[in-house]
Design a protein around this ligand. Structure first.
Ligand SMILES: [Zn+2]
Length: 254
């Protein structure tokens, strides 16, 4: 069985210091590929250093938590092209942080969606508490109407109704540690999402799994996410591995 972790901040904190061991552990567990998205401007260089490794693919972008940083569209366009990034990310909207400036986040998101569409790159989206605004921004940029390059709503933890709206816009949904938790709303969406739109992720080291603290999560744990997803959907883990790996390869062209 082969798995792909479509969202892991391999450079971050203590995980960054044991990244090579984590990658070796991932390969031993059948995780063939990892997608590493950036978050702030300072992370771009760290992310790019991972991009030279076999099986590691990168995304560059400015996260809504870093919307106060000086964003330059020309620099993002240039770095995406010279680094052979597979996606723009992670980008999005988050109304749940202290001092959230949604108008500023929305301008930043729009500028990055424009570049993604222009370069034909998928987007890696983060969203909390601003789903209507995110959907409106995606529609404004042609998602759901023409052959937009697609993307993923990562760490999806909402219900089936919202999932359906992103699916209609041509997006994939990334499921991670939340589906291993009995109380999570994400479990219902994980069952109703069509197989062709499912992706696996860990979001290491940000989100824990049942029995694994966030700081201990590594790409190899994507296998546990696959097991949880298989149990919920009444499918074999082999089938979940096969379909999510194929989806990731198609979306990110890896
Ligand atoms: Zn992330």
């Amino acid at each position: 069985m082969e798995f792909i972790d479509t969202h892991c901040h391999l450079y971050d904190g203590a995980l960054g210091r044991r990244a090579q061991a984590a990658l070796a552990g991932a390969r031993a567990a059948g995780i063939t590929d990892v997608v590493v998205p950036a978050h702030d401007l300072a992370s771009w260089a760290a992310v790019r250093r991972f991009g030279v490794q076999a099986g590691v693919h990168i995304a560059l972008g400015l996260h809504p938590w870093s919307a106060h940083e000086p964003f330059e569209a020309a620099r993002l366009r240039d770095e995406l092209q010279t680094s052979r990034a597979v996606a723009v990310g992670e980008i999005g909207l988050d109304s749940r942080i202290d001092g959230a400036d949604l108008p500023r986040q929305s301008r930043l998101l729009a500028a990055q969606l424009e570049i993604a569409v222009e370069l034909g790159l998928p987007v890696i989206l983060h969203c909390r508490g601003a789903f209507e605004e995110l959907i409106a921004a995606l529609r404004n940029h042609g998602y759901g109407r023409r052959a937009a390059p697609g993307g993923v709503v990562h760490a999806f933890s909402r219900g089936p109704e919202l999932a359906e709206r992103f699916i209609e816009l041509g997006l994939h949904l990334g499921f991670g540690g939340a589906v291993t938790r009995p109380q999570s709303r994400a479990r219902r969406a994980a069952v109703t999402t069509p197989a062709g739109r499912l992706l696996l992720e860990t979001d290491a080291p940000a989100i824990g799994l049942t029995g694994v603290q966030p700081q201990d999560v590594e790409p190899r744990h994507v296998r546990d996410v696959a097991l949880a997803l298989a149990a919920l959907r009444g499918e074999t883990v082999e089938r979940v591995a096969e379909v999510t790996t194929a989806n990731a390869r198609t979306l990110f062209r890896i």
